[in-house]
Design a protein around this ligand. Structure first.
Ligand SMILES: CC(C)(COP(=O)(O)OP(=O)(O)OC[C@H]1O[C@@H](n2cnc3c(N)ncnc32)[C@H](O)[C@@H]1OP(=O)(O)O)[C@@H](O)C(=O)NCCC(=O)NCCS
Length: 138
């Protein structure tokens, strides 16, 4: 759900966004409070896998390497390499140990030159973190 809007402000007496009627009503002044709650940008990190029909609420930040389960409703920010699922989505588990996640976040392979990525597809499409570290060190 894009646009940065959480939706109609349901803390008001009416949840209907009356300001949209201003142009239709004589005497209705442009002074009504904004009835849409702003949640800011939705941000999706690098190498994030979003399962089919997942729903991501406005303003949510999903960090690098995360996985969103099919048909999940994401209402909270997701950390790096975390797998979330359900409605409302909960943390299922992390993809790797905290130590490995820390290394992956330092390596940031997605910022490599495309030639380097192509040369190392076999390593990226494996669980060989040690080999990945060796490549980074080269
Ligand atoms: C989230 C996902 C990646 C987890 O896969 P996994 O690591 O193999 O996890 P498991 O199947 O072992 O399930 C682990 C737990 O998460 C739960 N779970 C898995 N997927 C879930 C989902 N989409 N929503 C809610 N819960 C989910 C399981 O019920 C299980 O719960 P339990 O530990 O209480 O028994 C996978 O289930 C998924 O949704 N993949 C997306 C598929 C898809 O959309 N493919 C098409 C696009 S490529």
């Amino acid at each position: 759900m894009m646009g940065g809007n959480q939706g109609h402000n349901h803390n008001f007496i009416t949840s209907f966004p009356l300001e949209i009627l201003q142009k239709d009503f004589d005497g209705y002044k442009n002074s009504s409070p904004i009835a849409y709650e702003r949640k800011g940008n939705t941000e999706i990190g690098n190498d994030v896998w979003i399962g089919v029909e997942a729903f991501i609420m406005p303003g949510i930040k999903i960090a690098d390497g995360a996985v969103v389960g099919a048909r999940s409703v994401i209402t909270k920010n997701i950390g790096p390499y975390e797998i979330w699922g359900g409605n409302p989505a909960k943390l299922i588990r992390k993809r790797f140990s905290d130590d490995v996640i820390e290394q992956l976040m330092k390596i940031q392979w997605w910022n490599w030159d495309i030639d380097k990525i192509i040369d190392n597809i076999d390593v990226l499409a494996s669980g060989n973190i040690e080999k990945l570290r060796e490549i980074k060190a080269q």
